[in-house]
Design a protein around this ligand. Sequence first.
Ligand code: CUA
Length: 309
Amino acid sequence: MIRGVTGLSNEIVENVFLFIAAISVSILVLITFLMIYFSIRYRRKRNPQPEDIRGNLWLEILWTVIPTLLVLAMFYYGWTGFRSLKKIPEGAFKVKVAARQWSWLFEYENGVKTEELMVPVGKPIHLLLTSQDVIHSFYIPAFRVKQDAVPGMVTPLWFKAKEVGTYDVLCAEYCGQQHAYMLTKVKVLSEEEFNQWYEGKGKGLQIEKSRGLPRGPQLLQEKGCVVCHSLDGTTRIGPTLKGLFGKTVIVLTDGKERKMQADDAYLKKSLVEPNGDVVTGFPPIMPSQKGLSTEEEINELIRYMKELK
Ligand code: CUA
């Protein structure tokens, strides 16, 4: 039955839910039955003169005590369940989760970054949620976990996957125009497969690091640019990056239209102060890369954008 204090997040949430649902349905059935029964039993035809009833102590006690106990039981199971959802098991596998408009980025302890969350089966996973811009909400329906990701704050969350498989991750807090597209997956691998993946990726990262900075295409992915800016000329929520460098663009600066050339200075300003000059026809909603990207990363992004002819 109820396992309030330990167990998987799924079981905790489901048990509490079923417990409350069972009580609610029983009360609904009881009340509906009594309502129908009384209206037939005490209908006017059979009781033309209503009786004047002046209270019943035992009845009063009963219908105060029973609901109080039921509600306290709901509270107890809810509370112990909530506590164990909040208590992160020791030795849990840590993953940092960054939410931003409009994608997720997962960073593992070995420095590897991914867009889909990779985890080993049967191990507690400790997520450290944060946001780079507005409030998002990290939600894995299959594991019954949901938690806000708030800028300037790290919020913990944990879960354990019982079976190997792929599960949906959603954003459950309206966070702007592309909120509905903040979808990704949790991939639960067997421990062996996971270790292989983790070590392989870790080594790959070391090799990349020894070669220097991550390259443009990877940066565009990691920084989440490609959610809004295509590389192939199609228009998304922002202008395409294809053929952008050197082009003449019409922008709104302080509400006034002006022509600008998309040169180095323009691209740089667009990255750190994106809403200074906004290309006409697009909403001024791009988050700034200030503090999120290093000088070198910005230079590499610009260098790569020049290649996108
Ligand atoms: Cu992020 Cu909704």
